[in-house]
Design a protein around this ligand. Structure first.
Ligand SMILES: [Zn+2]
Length: 405
């Protein structure tokens, strides 16, 4: 039996009404989501086999770079929210265990934390000092601060910065496995598990210390990177691109927000409705991301790699598969080779299903060395024409004012 989009939507909503358990309520309370479908439940209703573009591919073609570098520090495991919080140390433990199991665990240890001077071009001094002097408490309802928060946030920013610097020096892709994440931290605000904007600090470092002029940030986390957008909204030298679920935390990122002042045209928001997944992301890449990145001609690319759009991740209602993530990352890696000599860094943001998160991150690491990993979570919900095709069309209409699409 072939399911229609309408049937799938209806099935999902009925599941929510019937099975809205404590865990889901907790997560929703944490993230103030407007919509949240427990996708494992929705998924159990799947009938028949899908034949999307990813299933027609037997493998992700090995890219690309002869080697890859991972930046990590064991202290990233010391950052803790509260018991049961989704942004937990186990996220990195699972990733590192998976990398070790796959023989991909060689990493460079981050040496020094970022300094206030390095952060000052990304955050206001007053905000940096607020985090430093906060003491103990809550930055927002989802983000605790204690004595570890400030030094570990500086170490996290440093990890992404060093990874970006390494990529720029070596012309090779790098992977920064850091905590806490950063893309919800703006010039003078934090929250959503984020304190300092790791990718933002790295972008400014590449410009100020490495002499690179144009940086592209591609945000694949399911939540809109309101902090990153805030930092670069008026800046034409940094192109911010985000694919995110519309209607959930933090509630920002409409397709009509394309930048302000001199930065007009240098923000690309691709908000998607629930259920969108592999094929819609493929459309977004082919129709928007790829041509815009080619025309922008960045000197380096930073990827905010959140894995929380995965169908196994209960924090969102998008349905990306593991292979879907790998296909996106492979495309971006290949593009980076063409347009910026492989100066590209993938920086960990969200992703809360531990097994899905760890297999996608290990898969990305394996792409960089041309190794093929088996992916466990490959159910494809969004195939053929793409459930979000009309949303991609709407973005095209908006972005054609700024780019040749
Ligand atoms: Zn997220």
């Amino acid at each position: 039996m072939t399911r229609t989009k309408m049937e799938a939507s209806s099935a999902g909503k009925q599941s929510v009404a019937r099975d809205f358990g404590f865990h889901i309520v907790y997560i929703q309370k944490c993230l103030n989501s407007k919509f949240l479908i427990p996708k494992n439940i929705l998924h159990s209703k799947k009938e028949g086999k899908s034949i999307g573009f990813l299933q027609r591919l037997n493998y992700i073609s090995p890219i690309i770079a002869p080697s890859m570098t991972i930046l990590f520090h064991p202290d990233y495991l010391l950052h803790k929210q509260w018991a049961g919080h989704p942004e937990c140390p186990e996220r990195l433990e699972y990733i590192m265990n998976k990398l070790e199991k796959e023989g991909l665990s060689d990493f460079l240890e981050v040496q020094d934390p970022s300094t206030i001077e390095e952060l000052i071009s990304t955050h206001t001094q007053a905000y940096i000092e607020t985090i430093r002097d906060f003491g103990e408490g809550y930055l927002d309802a989802n983000s605790i601060i204690n004595s570890n928060t400030y030094p570990l946030s500086l170490l996290s920013a440093s990890g992404v910065t060093k990874a970006a610097e390494f990529a720029a020096h070596q012309n090779k892709p790098t992977l920064a496995l850091t905590r806490p994440p950063g893309h919800h931290a703006g010039k003078d605000f934090g929250g959503g598990f984020c304190y300092f904007n790791n990718v933002g600090v790295a972008a400014r470092h590449l410009q100020k210390k490495m002499g690179l002029k144009k940086i592209a940030i591609v945000d694949l986390d399911v939540h809109h990177g309101n902090g990153t957008e805030d930092i670069f909204l008026a800046d034409p030298s940094v192109l911010y691109c985000s694919i995110h679920e519309w209607g959930i935390f933090p509630g920002t990122g409409p397709l009509t927000q394309t930048g302000v002042d001199e930065g007009e045209g240098f923000t690309l928001n691709i908000p998607l409705s629930q259920r969108c997944g592999d094929e819609t992301y493929h459309l977004a890449y082919r129709e928007l991301l790829m041509p815009i990145l080619r025309q922008f001609e960045p000197d380096a690319i930073l990827v905010s790699l959140g894995v929380d759009a995965h169908y196994k991740d209960e924090i969102s209602s998008l349905t990306m598969s593991s292979l879907g993530y790998l296909k996106m990352c492979a495309n971006i890696l290949e593009l980076a080779r063409d347009i910026c000599n492989s100066r590209i860094t993938f920086a960990l943001e969200g992703g809360y299903h531990l097994n899905a998160l760890s297999e996608v991150i290990a898969g990305v690491a394996s792409l960089m060395v041309g190794k093929k990993l088996h992916m466990q979570y490959n159910d494809i919900w969004d195939n053929d024409e793409g459930w979000g095709y009309s949303e991609i069309d709407n973005c095209l209409v908006v972005q054609r004012k700024h780019w040749d699409l």
